[in-house]
Write a protein that binds this ligand. Structure first.
Ligand code: HEC
Ligand code: HEC
Length: 281
């Protein structure tokens, strides 16, 4: 009798586990195979040497290599128990395999040529970038010869699938507001340039309204800026040393890896915008 109950309980538990695994499988497969619309982004690219070098700088400022690896030859961005590995692929190869239009749609809208989502790429940042900046990045990627892969292929194991099914791994295409699309050309006037750079480079961590984000522990930029004179701000973005005379845990590495490539005019434009009344509302 006792062992009969044990058996039944065991079978019920096994059944529940199997049901759970099956539901994870179904839900994650739906995320991976959902076909999104592919918004067309007409980009005219007549690459010049100037455009290619502008693109190289933008690829670095945007941190493509943080995920796609040094030289963007591929890198594993996430591993999880039971076999999950998510690879940010080799862009030196993809740049030749995909058309300009397909690259633009992947970078800006997070949608692959077959309509599936680009998992885990922060495309909302890139969506807000100007056509000119996206075109320059693509021109740079296309200008380089293909190099050997450094990361292999993506594999989804049970834990990774559970993370997909529960939304722990972001899928930008699900929430994209195409109305947030950036301008045709990058603004030149300082205040407009400052607004553009702030909303493409800073709001991912400091929030849409720049009021700070608790999950990454970033401060309200409208107040943080009050502690900085223009020269202290320039020096922060040049060296990574903040107004208190030392580095900070997130900004300093970020500046040393990426933002030190912002020009003095760009850093001044950000400062101007953050101190301007429109950033305060
Ligand atoms: C936070 C990490 C991250 C950053 C930053 C990032 N990517 Fe990606 N990217 C990924 C991952 C992960 C994939 C693969 C996703 C997949 O297979 O679903 C990917 C895929 C791609 C693809 C291929 C889409 C396809 O059709 O298969 C392109 C093109 C691309 N990224 C370009 C870029 C460029 C250009 C930048 C910089 C402007 C960039 N990425 C920055 C993580 C990132
Ligand atoms: C990857 C997330 C991230 C991005 C992107 C980012 N910040 Fe930050 N920022 C932080 C965090 C977190 C802090 C808190 C201090 C730290 O940990 O570095 C911070 C702090 C700051 C501070 C206060 C520094 C101090 O003296 O305490 C300023 C100013 C600042 N950020 C400006 C910017 C500007 C301007 C941009 C865009 C060009 C930007 N940040 C982009 C995450 C980010």
């Amino acid at each position: 009798m006792r062992s009969g109950i044990k058996w039944t309980t065991g079978l019920v538990v096994l059944g529940l586990i199997a049901l759970g695994v099956w539901r994870i499988e179904v839900a994650s497969q739906a995320v991976l195979t959902h076909v999104y619309e592919r918004p067309r982004l007409p980009l005219a690219i007549a690459p010049s040497a100037q455009m290619v070098s502008a693109g190289q700088r933008l690829v670095r400022i945007n941190g493509c290599s943080d995920c796609h690896g040094a030289g963007e030859t591929g890198h594993v961005v996430l591993t999880a128990w039971l076999g999950t590995r998510l690879v940010a692929p080799n862009l030196t190869v993809l740049a030749h395999r995909l058309s300009t239009q397909q690259l633009a749609t992947a970078i800006r809208y997070g949608v692959k040529p077959d309509g599936r989502a680009v998992i885990s790429m922060p495309v909302v940042r890139f969506l807000r970038e100007s056509d000119a900046d996206v075109a320059a990045m693509i021109a740079y990627l296309q200008s380089r010869p293909p190099r050997a892969n450094t990361a292999g292929a993506t594999r989804w194991g049970l834990i990774g699938r559970a993370m997909l099914a529960t939304g722990l791994i972001p899928v930008a295409a699900q929430h994209l507001r195409t109305s947030e699309r950036g301008p045709l050309t990058t603004p030149v006037a300082p205040l407009a340039l400052g607004r553009y750079l702030t909303h493409t480079q800073c709001s991912a961590c400091h929030g849409r309204h720049l009021s700070g984000e608790a999950d990454v522990d970033s401060p309200d930029l409208r107040f943080a800026i009050k502690h900085y004179s223009l020269s202290a701000f320039e020096s922060f973005f040049h060296t990574g040393i903040g107004q208190l005379g030392h580095g900070t845990s997130t900004m300093t590495p970020l500046i040393r890896r990426r933002f030190h490539l912002l020009t003095t005019a760009e850093v001044r434009a950000i400062y101007l915008y953050l101190n301007h009344s429109t950033a305060q509302s």
